[in-house]
Design a protein around this ligand. Sequence first.
Ligand code: DGJ
Length: 571
Amino acid sequence: MSFPKMNFFRYKKTVNHILSIFLLVTTLGISQTKENLIPRIETQNGRHALIVDGEPYLVLGAQSNNSSSWPATLPQVWSAMDQLHINTLEIPIYWEQFEPQPGVYDYSVMDSIIKQARERDLRVILLWFATWKNGSNHYMPQWMKLKPDTYFNMVNKNGEPIDSPSPHAQATLEADIKAFSMFMNHLKEVDPQHTVIMVQVQNEPGSWGSVRDYSKEANKLFESKVPKEALKAMEVSSNNGGTWKQVFGEHAEEYFHVWHVASYIGQVASAGKAIYSLPLYVNGAIRNPINPGPPYYQVGGPNDNVLDLWKAAAPDIDLLAPDIYFKDTQTYLKSLEVYSTKTNPLFVPETFWHEDFPKFFYAALGEGAIGYAPFGLDDTRLRIGPDGKPMTAKDMYEPTALNFKLFKPMADVIAKLNYEGHIQTAIQLLPIDHEAEKGGAVDRENYVTDQTISLKSWDLNIAFGTFDRMSRSPFQPKHPDGRLLVAELDTNEFLLVGYHCRVMFEPSGKYADKPWWFLSVEEGHYENGTFVMDRILNGDQTDWGLNFDTPKVLRVKLYTRQLKSRPFLMD
Ligand code: DGJ
């Protein structure tokens, strides 16, 4: 084949020209794709997924301590995160640092977090510590704090000041909207690869010590009519409208405060989302969902009784997230349950990390959680253990790392299975009367050890604890922390992930009473979404049940066959 002659420089120019057109097209293609790949919450059949890079994503997270975002302290954050095997760091951005002077913005803290997270291949959830942080205004810039009449706080029934910003302070709202818009705008500019996958708007908003603001402005509003959106949210017919007191009686003050805190944050969120549509959420210092008592809890935040009010007042908030610090197992489980609804994806942005608490990670997955993040796990502060001595890194990180190390290589697989509704979990429950003894002496004889997970044609009988090879009586660790996750992958094929338990299958439904056996039990791990078998378990490792004495991933296939007796029997 012959080519027309071309001088070298013309040839180079033409090649460059073609190359640049190619690059332009490719870049446009990529940027278009990336635009489509902005993280988002997706909902199907009442189940939810956080979609990152186009796929369901499971947040294996940890939240830093409050004052850890500074370049000076970040190294201690990263060293801890390495040991925890997280995939996502939750870390605050402080309004006082972000806008040191009115209209002057400092992106340096945000930029260094994003840059350093990328170097470590981690995703980030940024927490906007602004008007509210734990119900107070302590992260407002100094120039605002020094003008308390403009950026005012609440007053209680007796006219005394409360350490909580008023949701009726228009100037504060406008300032927060402006600052948050700059925050989201900058994020959009500097983060085309979506290192930051979600943003928390404020932190534990609401107030302690007064159920609402009793300022002149607030009292006037309290006498006005309940907005129709609030009536609808609380399923009150518009024919029964009226003032807050007329409509909601003894709950009027609480609902009034909730509505105004949520509307305020809703406006901040909408302004930010209009610029850059990342998933946004609000976390709550939640009330006890089983025994809430009178409102001595934080009022105004997303408590379980007002989730619908929040959804109506702040429609651009994608989810309302419980910070769970209940030590009682039943209350913890109830909290997971009430925040996992058809309209609210479950996400646990803060929780305990010590003792047996990591088992609740499994419980959260069983409720369809899109993520789970223990609070305060970095190296910036000394931890004193129950013996009065500084805790070792192992004591601090190991309980969480045991979960995340196992799940990180298969986080996407689990997120997808969960979104499709294939996952069930069980955790070791403590009898209620032992709750008080946590951390102290435990009664090893009386633990409730058995639970059953029912699948289509199989029951999984679970005994928690660790077992000697053939023994039926488990040993219990000091803090009983057994947990199991099962996913039905196909007919008679299961993924089992667990720790401190033994599992026995039992045929049910159409297989009830049929003889059966393991076709294969593979122990292994995931690599890039694919299961890699390390060994096949058989003999003593399967005849007495499947033992999860160490954290383990198993792929199990079963079959039924003609046999006179079952190979092992559950008592
Ligand atoms: C809940 C808050 O949201 C966190 O920022 C932190 O203050 C913890 N409580 C307590 O350390």
